[in-house]
Design a protein around this ligand. Structure first.
Ligand code: NI
Length: 137
């Protein structure tokens, strides 16, 4: 089994906000991340796929195809958008890095499978110090 990771980046706005709670409670729970005026992050996304090396081709997956899949299904819909309101696969979510990682996993799982590899993990760095990693269960 070989593992391969592709890194991509996107910049997006979000707000941590539970609509069942008032502004005060949200601010207490999420601090600055619940600022009603929104804020943004320069997210770094690491997508790891796994599988066997094709003995004839010498690789696990065509890297150009993997890049194109990530761009089409994740980066283009997310980049420079509002995660809470403008992205079909994250709109309505409580826009935590955890929930974004799961949503990205769901976007990528089938397209990666069609290329003959298996999605292993989706890792997101929201800041230099905070990472989230989702392995599918
Ligand atoms: Ni934030």
């Amino acid at each position: 089994m070989i593992y391969l990771t592709r890194r991509e980046r996107f910049s997006a706005a979000h707000r941590m906000f539970n609509p069942d709670l008032g502004d005060d409670e949200n601010l207490e729970l999420y601090g600055q991340c619940s600022n009603p005026g929104w804020h943004g992050h320069n997210y770094i996304l690491y997508v790891t796929v796994k599988g066997d090396i094709d003995p004839e081709l010498g690789y696990l997956i065509n890297l150009k195809r993997l890049k194109d899949i990530i761009i089409e299904y994740v980066i283009t819909p997310l980049d420079h958008r509002n995660i809470n309101t403008q992205v079909p696969f994250t709109s309505g979510l409580l826009a935590s890095t955890e929930n974004i990682a799961v949503a990205i996993w769901n976007q990528l799982y089938e397209p990666v499978k069609k290329e003959g590899a298996e999605l292993h993990s989706v890792k997101i760095a929201e800041t230099e110090n905070n990472f989230v990693e989702y392995l599918g269960d």
